[in-house]
Design a protein around this ligand. Structure first.
Ligand code: NAI
Ligand code: 15L
Length: 268
């Protein structure tokens, strides 16, 4: 049976705010969770992923979890470790203890962020391309994918790990023309990930059907995802403002964009 009650972690964040607007139309009854209060939702649970008691209570009785909470950009190793590694482990433990069947987890394109950006005409990046994180942040998402595999193999807890490109209302850079996922397509993909049968642990790339797409959307389509958007209508304006991606610009050379070239954040 399709999941009805879904815990949305990270509900106060950018993507969480978009998804708590869009997912109820698919019939989900959302329970909200975040470290900080969720605007306009006094019923939301305000707690840290490292508060195991709060987390266990939060997952009790839900059919599935959409796990978006965590640090969403590069940070110090210690902060990433606490929020994304330990925090995600606590979520999986709580879900296992309470018998939750499925987690849809926000992975990221930054698990392959150091991969050279495909040039126009190159084949799309395959799902089995070697993982090459560009940051500790990307590395924490690699951990999340492996954690999901472990909990499927050992405990039968299902996960769809979505390697999200850039999910924002509109693309704002030339790179985003390739990796953008419209909010509407994001909701369509999360819905597919919540309802597809027999997912075990499935990893997919998540984006719209962009003309300039860099990776293979077939794994997401196999879940039943049918993207309706393409960033191309934004291309002319963005390219006029910013220019095409330049082969000699290191910040344009890799899938992760500037994540792959920004200096480390200290303490490293
Ligand atoms: P965001 O930074 O706007 O939201 C993250 C939310 O998680 C925040 O509301 C924050 O308070 C909460 N959070 C952080 N640490 C927490 C903790 N220890 N306990 C409880 N809550 C905590 O990020 P955004 O853009 O909404 O991303 C959501 C998720 O999707 C993140 O996991 C991010 O890594 C992932 N993602 C997002 C992409 C995007 O395009 N927005 C692209 C790829 C991945
Ligand atoms: C991510 O993983 C980040 O969470 C998001 O803020 C964007 O930077 C996105 O990747 C991206 O690659 O554009």
């Amino acid at each position: 049976t399709a999941p009805r009650t879904v815990l949305l972690t990270g509900a106060a964040g950018g993507l969480g705010t978009l998804m708590r607007g869009l997912l109820p139309a698919y019939g989900y009854d959302l329970r909200l969770f975040d470290l900080v209060p969720v605007e306009g939702a006094p019923e939301a649970i305000t707690a840290d992923l490292n508060d195991r008691e709060a987390l266990r209570e939060a997952v009790r009785g839900v059919d599935a979890v959409v796990h978006l909470a965590g640090i969403s950009l590069e940070s110090t190793f210690d902060k990433i470790l606490r929020a994304n590694v330990q925090g995600t482990h606590h979520l999986y433990e709580a879900a296992r203890e309470e018998g939750v069947r499925r987690i849809v987890a926000a992975s990221s394109n930054h698990v392959i962020g150091h991969t050279p950006r495909p040039a126009p005409g190159d084949p799309p990046i395959a799902l089995d391309a070697p993982r090459r994180p560009d940051t500790f942040y990307g590395l924490s998402k690699c951990f999340g994918e492996d954690l999901a595999q472990l909990y499927w193999d050992r405990h039968g807890l299902e996960t769809v790990s979505v390697r999200i490109g850039s999910c924002f209302p509109e693309p704002t850079s030339v790179r985003m023309l390739s990796v953008w996922m419209s909010p509407g397509d994001g909701a369509r993909l999360f819905h597919a990930a919540l309802t597809a049968e027999d997912v075990g642990h499935t990893v997919v790339y998540g984006s719209s059907a962009n003309t300039r797409l860099w990776w293979d959307l077939a794994p997401a389509r196999a879940l039943g995802y049918r993207p309706l958007d393409d960033s191309e209508p934004y291309a002319a304006k963005l390219i006029a403002e910013q220019g095409e991606l330049a082969p000699d610009n290191p910040a344009h050379a890799r899938v992760g964009g500037h994540f792959a070239t920004d200096p480390p954040i200290w303490p490293h």
